[in-house]
Design a protein around this ligand. Structure first.
Ligand code: SF4
Ligand code: SF4
Length: 223
């Protein structure tokens, strides 16, 4: 899932300096799961912002909403009735949700209340780690299910680089070397022969971001 963390309150307050009535919108999808932008976080952030503005002697009216998923058009449309007389929208969904609101409510300034960090997994409560960079052409079948794009500091597709020491990456002396992990995993699963397969350089222009946003079109689902 997408992982995000809330921006510093002072930064958010700076966005809202000029406004007296805003709509704060959370998301019950990924942002809620990583405790950055669900219903609970909406309530806490709204209370924090109101208090901070009150201390400054400035009123801030905050309407609170939490969308089931801010990246889906039907749920964004459902917010239309909540925007009357609203001067700005603060979204604590991921960057996709923020942009979905900005596209739908083109006359209202929309601000991000969280920093979208990465796609990752939960290690333990309160700890998340990045696991995928959406490179557009997955190679996990060749690398024992361990992503070299995300977990190797040099994003080597045909590693290792030779700098690994005792299973640790040379970059910072504490992060596990992705290619050591790939080797160990392939060995454990009897697939070491996969290390002999050359993985061609990625065609980043087609598979990734160099040409602007990528699009998936499923003809069987499109109306
Ligand atoms: S190879 Fe690409 S798609 Fe697969 S996990 Fe890594 S970044 Fe994600
Ligand atoms: S030491 Fe390992 S993880 Fe670090 S850059 Fe080299 S191959 Fe990648």
């Amino acid at each position: 899932m997408i992982k995000a963390e809330q921006k510093p309150v002072d930064e958010i307050l700076g966005f809202l300096d000029a406004y007296k009535r805003i709509l704060l919108v959370g998301c019950n999808g990924c942002a809620a799961v990583c405790h950055a932008g669900g219903e609970r976080e909406v309530a806490i952030l709204a209370a924090t912002l109101r208090m901070a503005r009150k201390k400054l002697g400035q009123k801030l009216e905050i309407l609170e909403e939490t969308s089931p998923r801010q990246c889906e058009p039907e749920f964004v449309d459902a917010l239309a009735g909540k925007t009357e007389d609203v001067e700005a929208i603060l979204s604590i969904a991921c960057g996709v949700g923020v942009q979905a609101l900005a596209e739908r409510f083109s006359e209202i300034p929309v601000y991000p209340g969280v920093n979208t960090m990465f796609m990752g997994k939960t290690v333990e409560p309160g700890v998340w780690v990045e696991r995928c960079q959406a490179c557009g052409n997955c190679v996990l079948h060749l690398t024992g299910g361990i992503c070299p794009v995300t977990r190797c500091a040099k994003q080597l597709l045909n590693g290792p680089c030779g700098g690994s020491r005792d299973g640790v990456c040379e970059i910072d002396g504490e992060t596990p070397c992705a290619w050591q992990a790939i080797y160990d995993r392939l060995k454990a699963t009897g697939q070491l022969d996969r290390l002999e397969l050359f993985v061609p350089a990625k065609r980043w222009g087609r598979e990734s971001r160099d040409r602007g946003p990528r699009t998936i079109v499923r003809g069987d689902l499109k109306q």
